[in-house]
Design a binder for this molecule. Sequence first.
Ligand code: SAM
Length: 162
Amino acid sequence: MGLASDQQPIPLQRCPGLVVVSDTPKGRGIFATKDIPAKTIIDVCPVLVLGLDENVKHIEHTSLYHYTYNWPIRDGNGDRKVAQAVVFGLGSMFNHSTQDQNVGWTRDDTRLLVTYRALRDIPAGEELCISYGGRLTFKDADRSDLPSDEDGIEQMNQIQLG
Ligand SMILES: C[S@@+](CC[C@H](N)C(=O)[O-])C[C@H]1O[C@@H](n2cnc3c(N)ncnc32)[C@H](O)[C@@H]1O
């Protein structure tokens, strides 16, 4: 039996030669064990988009809060809203780098995927980092000169994945 065009399987792709290192200044992080050429697909990650209420009532009170990303949606009235999404796979493991990100991403909001690609050649031994945007809740381990945001207002789930 064939699949309708909107049901075509989505190929998943993960770059080989990646490892999780658990004791970095940023917690766990993803590192390359071999050279990765620019534009290589690093991972194709399915996402779970959380309900707006679900996020406020539940997720914001859990550790998962620190692993969700902005996801634009339309509410029942067709108005634009920013929901939160859990990104499965490596998408939830990339740490933030303010100035030296080597991984970028594209969002597919129809198929609910994020595809991560190397922004440049990544040499073996380097950590793979994305940008969370300009608003961080934690002290950036790359920038010891900056004070951390201690008022708790700027939350990690405001990561500007978009
Ligand atoms: C999506 S998780 C990334 C994986 C995380 N390091 C772990 O061990 O599960 C986001 C968390 O990683 C840490 N993190 C990410 N980027 C960081 C950075 N530049 N400096 C310090 N901590 C960072 C923060 O604790 C943040 O809340």
